[in-house]
Design a protein around this ligand. Structure first.
Ligand SMILES: C[S@@+](CC[C@H](N)C(=O)[O-])C[C@H]1O[C@@H](n2cnc3c(N)ncnc32)[C@H](O)[C@@H]1O
Length: 314
């Protein structure tokens, strides 16, 4: 079997255009969206993820009032961000998305090893562990200051922080996201205040100091971005890193046979709920990183569905 650089369901291929047409047919899409949601929640709960229980707990926790203190009123939302995502009409800018992000993240990890009898906790540990293992293999310079871009509800941030804090207790980790809703949940989940700061900001222009981090991570964010935004974020990461620091990305692997052979129902749903998919699956990430100045770029298939790309600032 020849390995394609991207799935046939993405980009400008005939199959991709057919799928896009189907998605743009509003009544069909509305039904698909509802059904997909029900299947997602049901499957997650069958696998032990307490989806509705977690959502209800957050809904009754009163944390909604804390959003104001986290919100930076000067932040403006780019157009690409203000579109429906993951079947939420307000995308990442609503409580429903923030309250469901944790169970949805656990369900995502289970799908990576769907033929293995893993618990959702074990799948989540394995997902994060496979990324951390590549970081260990590729990064030799000391890591003290870390920025997790697109931190969402903080699952990636806390796992990364604990991984490095186990080796060096003085590690400082910051999580940054454009959604104050996600950040409110992240701060709530960070019960022991392990994370130095949860920052509301646009990763394209964070306002943070030049050369203040050793490691910038972008975990499962790129597939939600149009290409120009991704390039702007690489430029910003480059500015924020110290010389010798690394930018590490983990996301869907367009070359993965699992991704390329997704059943039509799944890739149609994926494309319909992630509006920048075509851009992501046809994007040469390594070339873009190189164009902003990163060197020694390496790409590793870190698990059956995802790849980790690391670039170093000279
Ligand atoms: C799929 S979630 C990331 C999940 C998380 N990093 C993890 O690994 O569990 C993508 C996140 O990126 C954030 N995001 C998207 N565009 C952004 C931008 N321009 N600046 C900051 N955050 C952004 C979204 O708000 C969302 O919370």
């Amino acid at each position: 079997m020849t390995l394609q650089s991207k799935p046939a369901w993405a980009g400008d291929d005939f199959l991709s255009r057919c799928v896009n047409l189907l998605i743009q047919t509003k009544p069909i899409y509305a039904v698909m969206k509802q059904q997909a949601r029900q299947v997602l929640i049901k499957t997650a709960e069958q696998n032990g993820i307490p989806w509705r229980k977690q959502v209800e707990e957050l809904m009754n926790s009163g944390i909604q009032q804390q959003a104001a203190t986290l919100t930076n009123q000067t932040v403006s939302y780019p157009n690409y961000y203000q579109v429906p995502f993951h079947a939420y009409d307000q995308g990442n800018l609503c409580w429903e998305a923030a309250f469901e992000a944790e169970p949805a993240t656990y369900a995502m990890a289970l799908r990576v090893w769907k033929d293995e009898p893993l618990t959702w906790e074990a799948a989540q540990d394995r997902l994060r562990g496979s990324f951390h293992q590549v970081l260990t293999q590729q990064i030799q310079a000391p890591v003290k200051d870390i920025l997790d871009i697109g931190c969402s509800v903080g699952i990636s941030t806390l796992a990364l922080h604990r991984f490095y804090a186990d080796q060096n207790a003085s590690v400082c980790t910051v999580g940054l996201d454009l959604s104050p809703y996600m950040l409110t949940v992240a701060q709530h989940r960070d019960r022991n205040r392990e994370i130095s700061q949860w920052i509301h900001g646009n990763a394209e222009a964070t306002g943070l100091r030049d050369r203040s981090f050793d490691l910038v991570t972008i975990q499962f964010v790129l597939h939600e971005l149009p290409r120009q935004a991704a390039i702007a974020i690489f430029q910003e990461a480059f500015r924020l890193l110290r010389s010798g620091g690394s930018c590490a990305i983990v996301d869907n692997n367009p070359k993965s046979p699992v991704i390329q052979n997704l059943p039509p129902v799944l890739f149609t749903l994926m494309k319909s709920t992630e509006p920048w998919s075509d851009d992501y699956y046809t994007f040469n990430v390594e070339e873009a990183m190189q164009s902003v100045g990163f060197e020694q770029i390496s790409t590793v298939a870190s698990d059956p569905r995802h790849r980790t790309i690391i670039g170093r600032k000279p």
